[in-house]
Design a binder for this molecule. Structure first.
Ligand code: URA
Length: 178
């Protein structure tokens, strides 16, 4: 896959409603790779992942728990185009977009992956388990160590208890990076 052609991608019908292909941001050499579900409205308009409210919470937690900034991470999503009304991406959309994630994966030199939410956890670990069982437990797959945690949007909806779990999961990431 030539990543330079990603902006013209029409592999699924999300290309008909997107404003921008949100491919990824940050250095491919980053030690930590952060993977979300799909761009939201702010990302679709701004062209970079996690630049809206979820991103604000996410990167404040990463700053506090890992003393890392957005620029210290490579950030992307399982699906690179915004689903209408921010619905969960459908299985065929995830499958259509998988070669882009695979192309990114082949370029990362980092080995630690933080996934946000169930879509990213399942895509990266291959597990069908629930988030309550997946979060905070590292899974080694294809030379990557994947740590699933909740999506920051869930924390924004559900409050401090989910933030506390995310902090604990980030402590697992901290241990892997040190
Ligand atoms: N939610 C995601 O999963 N990814 C983004 O980039 C923004 C919000």
């Amino acid at each position: 896959m030539d990543i330079h052609s990603a902006n013209e991608c029409t592999r699924c019908s999300l290309s008909e409603t997107r404003t921008t292909v949100v491919f990824g941001s940050g250095s491919l050499d980053a030690a930590l790779i952060v993977i979300g579900e799909a761009p939201g409205k702010s990302e679709d308009e701004g062209g970079a992942p996690f630049i809206g409210r979820s991103g604000q919470l996410l990167f404040s937690l990463i700053a506090e728990e890992l003393t890392m900034s957005r620029e210290d991470c490579y950030v992307t999503n399982v699906v690179k185009c915004r689903p209408p009304e921010n619905r969960t991406p459908l299985a065929p959309e995830i499958a259509a977009c998988a070669p882009w994630l695979e192309a990114q994966r082949s370029m990362w030199s980092g080995k630690v992956v933080l996934t946000l939410g169930l879509t990213a956890a399942r895509a990266m670990t291959g597990s069908k388990a629930a988030m309550k069982d997946l979060h905070g437990v590292p899974v080694v797959r294809d030379h990557l160590t994947i740590v699933p945690t909740y999506h920051p949007a869930a924390s924004l909806r559900q409050g401090p208890s989910v933030v506390a779990v995310m902090r604990a999961d980030l402590a697992v990431v901290r241990g892997l990076l040190s």
